[in-house]
Design a protein around this ligand. Structure first.
Ligand code: CA
Length: 199
């Protein structure tokens, strides 16, 4: 029985590793304002092919913290899982980001829907205006470990104004991936412990 349990544990780990959780991370399908197939919420953003590929364009409203973006919510997640986020970003020379940043965020939540990860409740990376080569797709990625109590994770991509009167221009996002990398080694070790105790 314990051996069966161990095998099931290992199989369950294998089944969720190295799989991109995102729906339509390439923004294929419909184009237009305030829409992105497979994404939960789209605000001050939309999908177009201006850059030569279908991608999400997000913009601000000229105000500090004015923002636009898109999210996908509620991916089931185990505590201790390392979650990697990868996104391609482009700063368009026709409407360059000014007084703004591209905000890439993972929000881990507990069973009560409370955000974990400290003060802001979010693991994130900000790519500030002026740091990207205009009109050039650049890949950004980061990893975060799901804290104790995690049952789900949300993804948010955002254009975010950072200065009073700033938040101008736009930013493009494409090829979004969230890859969970469970603590396979630790769980295999746990399996080994169970087998050893069986003897
Ligand atoms: Ca695309």
């Amino acid at each position: 029985m314990r051996r069966l349990l161990t095998i099931l544990l290992i199989l369950s780990v294998a089944s969720i590793s190295n799989a991109n959780l995102i729906s339509n991370g390439g923004f294929d399908g419909s184009t237009g304002m305030y829409t992105a197939d497979g994404w939960d919420t789209v605000w001050n953003a939309g999908v177009w092919a201006d850059t030569g590929q279908n991608a999400l364009k997000a913009w601000g409203d000229g105000a500090q913290w004015g923002n636009g973006g898109a999210n996908q919510l509620g991916f089931a997640m185990y505590a201790g899982t390392t979650v990697s986020l990868s996104v391609d970003i482009l700063d368009p020379s026709a409407e360059p980001m000014t007084g703004a940043e591209a905000h890439l965020a993972l929000t881990f939540k507990d069973s009560g829907g409370n955000a974990l990860n400290g003060t802001w409740g979010t693991a994130y990376v900000n790519v500030g205006s002026g740091t990207l080569t205009p009109d050039t797709w650049t890949n950004f990625s980061f990893s975060a470990v799901a804290p104790a109590g995690t049952v789900s994770v949300d993804l948010q991509l955002e254009f975010q104004g950072t200065s009073a009167g700033g938040g101008g221009g736009a930013v493009w996002f494409d090829n979004v991936g969230i890859i969970p990398e469970p603590m396979t080694v630790a769980l295999l070790g746990l399996g080994g412990l169970l087998l050893r105790r069986r003897k």
